[in-house]
Design a protein around this ligand. Structure first.
Ligand code: ZN
Length: 340
């Protein structure tokens, strides 16, 4: 059925068409340009919308504003909620928002920036799990079990949850000299960890192996393997934020953590629970990983720590700061050891 549309001004039914035109409006004190879609009568020039049928142009302006500011779009909120079988009302309650808040956002209202941050935090499965576990009076016991099950099902897929986690925890992922001219690659990072932890390894040593593998590959190819930033910490170079990554790998069931006692201290030993997927690496990357693993096979964490303190990158970087890959050219620990 073709709907008869008549011009509200001149009542002509013949010459109505849809047009897109650029418009600029002010949203939260900012000029936003967007494409406005309206109907136009070519007889009298009247521009109009049909209430209840045409979309309110302000919704399109909001979409532009959201993407300018990295805010969630309505469908992203809806998809997130549905993935875990959570209703609009339950999500609002879970986050401590007014009962109709989520419903309004999903229907196109522009969200409060604080609420947007809150939503993004809750989209990380680890955070969501905590929220659901600690919630009171939001779900029935049965519903809570269902939601937790949905979270577990989603967490089962290794990279997804981790990727979300990384996106939320690293605001910037720029392939600059601090990442060895490569964007952080969570899949390669995870598989390199699995490769080094196959036979079990202490955390301090793992940190050094990761550092040497990335820096050695950069030295040879001017690009790192994983795009990881390495921070200068007292025990030597270590993947920046490793205290966020490793426990996540553990919760994902990829790596087991055992506490072991040494004469002078205790430390965490990491053991892979699954084989690394070596297919994600290039031949050159695999060669470097194997070289580094073999080179330091018998080195203790203490020895590796001492060795790494001699590296130029370590000596010339302040504690807590990121070590530039430009220092890779001066790497001493693997000098003349390339052919193994
Ligand atoms: Zn008209």
């Amino acid at each position: 059925m073709v709907m008869e549309i008549s011009c509200p001004a001149c009542e002509s039914r013949k010459e109505i068409s849809s047009i897109s035109q650029e418009r600029e409006i002010s949203i939260r004190n900012e000029r936003v340009r967007f494409l406005e879609e309206v109907r136009k009568c070519s007889k009298c020039g009247e521009e109009f919308l049909i209430p209840g049928i045409d979309r309110d142009p302000i919704e399109d302006a909001f979409r532009v504003y959201r993407s300018m500011h990295g805010l969630l779009q309505p469908e992203e909120i809806r998809e997130f909620r549905k993935k875990y079988n959570i209703t609009q009302g339950e999500l609002a309650k879970l986050l401590g928002l007014g009962g109709a808040t989520i419903s309004r956002y999903e229907n196109g209202k522009l969200q409060d920036e604080t609420h947007d941050t809150l939503l993004k935090m809750s989209m990380n499965c680890e955070n969501l799990r905590k929220l659901v576990l600690n919630s009171k009076d939001v779900f029935s016991d049965r519903k809570r079990a269902l939601v937790l099950q949905a979270i577990n099902d989603n967490t089962g897929q290794m990279a997804d949850c981790l990727r979300e986690f990384i996106t939320l925890n690293l605001e910037e992922n720029i392939p600059d000299e601090y990442r060895g001219f490569k964007k952080f690659d969570i899949v390669k990072f995870t598989n390199a960890v699995l490769y080094f932890c196959k036979e079990g390894i202490v955390k301090t040593k793992l940190n050094k192996l990761m550092f040497y593998a990335d820096f050695q590959h950069f030295k040879d190819n001017i690009i790192s393997i994983t795009g990881t930033q390495y921070a200068r910490i007292p025990f030597g170079p270590a993947p920046n934020n490793y205290d966020l990554y490793y426990p996540t790998l553990n919760r994902q069931g990829l790596v087991a953590i055992e506490e072991i006692e040494f004469p002078e201290y205790s430390g965490d030993k990491y053991i892979s629970k699954q084989d690394p997927d070596l297919g994600v690496f290039s031949d050159g990357e695999l060669r470097v990983l194997a070289t580094i693993k073999a080179r330091f096979k018998d080195a203790t964490a203490t020895e590796m720590s001492a060795l790494s303190h001699e590296e130029e990158g370590y000596k010339h970087t302040d504690t807590g700061k990121i070590i530039s890959y430009q220092y890779a050219k001066d790497l001493i620990a693997v000098r003349n050891e390339a052919a193994i």
